[in-house]
Design a protein around this ligand. Sequence first.
Ligand SMILES: Cc1cc2nc3c(=O)[nH]c(=O)nc-3n(C[C@H](O)[C@H](O)[C@H](O)COP(=O)(O)OP(=O)(O)OC[C@H]3O[C@@H](n4cnc5c(N)ncnc54)[C@H](O)[C@@H]3O)c2cc1C
Length: 458
Amino acid sequence: VSSRSFDAIVIGAGPAGEACAGQLAELGLETAIVERELIGGECAYWACMPSKALLRPGELAAETARVPAVSDAVLDPPAALRRRDEVIHELDDGGMVTWLEERGIALVRGAARLVGERRVRVGEELLEARRAVVLAVGSQAAIPDVPGLRDARPWTNREATTATAVPGRLLVLGGGVVGVELAQAWSSLGARVTLVELAPRLLANEEPFASELVAAGLRACGVDVRLDAHVTAVRRESDGTVTLALGEDGAEELAGDEVLVGVGRRPRTEELGLEHVGLEAGASIAVDAQLRVPDHDWLYAIGDVNGRALLTHVGKLQARIAAAHIAGRSDAALRDDGPPPRVVFTDPQVAAVGPTLQAARDAGVRAIAVDTRIDKTAAASFHGKGEDARARFVIDADRERLVGATFVGPDVAELLHAATIAVVGELPLCRIAQAAPSFPTRSELWLALGDWPTAHDA
Ligand SMILES: Cc1cc2nc3c(=O)[nH]c(=O)nc-3n(C[C@H](O)[C@H](O)[C@H](O)COP(=O)(O)OP(=O)(O)OC[C@H]3O[C@@H](n4cnc5c(N)ncnc54)[C@H](O)[C@@H]3O)c2cc1C
């Protein structure tokens, strides 16, 4: 067994691990990163990037249909799949190797296991960390315990984002972000999609109006959305058809060519050697505000693996904080600003930050909602006819601060960051009222907040 030592060792080169290694190197620390598959992780090849590549052509086609004086666009599914392949670099991470080399980061290919404090084994090599080990091993699709499901060879996000042909009929289990986005994408490319959700609404953690508009959008593009629907058994027939039985008596059956499971994620901590450092294999890794594992001052966990928020940009923020802390910035800490910014790239899109009205009230905030319509702004005239686009601001009435916002409508993702800055920056509403949104932009929806607090004191 050969050995090498570094200031810091990062395990996992997804977006969180990469960002952390890059920042550590920038701060002058001798850094190694270990990756067992592709540099770029789930996000670059099987999640964020391919899903958005598959969604974009349909979104653009829908937009041209909404703007009078533009002919309806014609979608070319094989070309969309080719473009998706370009976006995921044909599953080749060569470009990322160069990125690491340019920063002087040592790349170690292989599966890493902790073998003791500050000690990591990769194949026949032992790596030792003088300061810290950062776990950034991410998550993978959870397969629920439905009889027959595993034997039916279901698609996870991996197959659903890299499929080389459009399935004729696609069954989607789960109406969370993964389920609704991939249902929308494959439906826009020509699949007949049925989406089955156990809860009474899609996107259960978002505002109820977001759930309603996304369900309406999916139905309008031909997706059969089944809510309150319980899948009790799955079967793959000898002719390849997949059958889902619904309800305790299995009275109704749905048939498809493929079934996609989008019902949650589990951390990749089963084969990480966690038991050698007193932690539980298979579970998420709890961390403090510095992203450090309690009682292990040398061990950090960032990104999906700590289970805080399964989003690339959250993992990258955590990466910067962990790297700064490892480099000696003792003031580096994750703030608790409530639920982070998040975008669902369906048509309509849902872009939200902070808690919903109900969640804020449940947390004891004297929260009020200001509801407004994005489609009534002057700029909406140019975004097309017949769109239904709405927004809700959630205000802490005692502190006179914005704590949450939800935008739903076509192409609202880019509206979100202004709200994120207002929430994270804890801007007083009277200062927000001083910011004039440009005319004619849909940001004029912010005028709905009025001249707070004067308008509301009167
Ligand atoms: C379909 C889908 C769409 C999504 N879209 C978005 C989106 O639009 N925006 C967004 O913000 N988020 C999105 N997400 C979530 C996002 O993909 C994740 O939050 C993100 O990939 C997590 O990054 P990570 O670095 O923590 O882990 P990962 O991306 O999972 O990377 C972890 C890396 O660690 C490696 N690894 C694991 N174990 C070991 C080991 N023992 N040794 C060495 N290497 C190891 C893995 O091979 C992998 O490369 C989406 C997720 C899905 C499923």
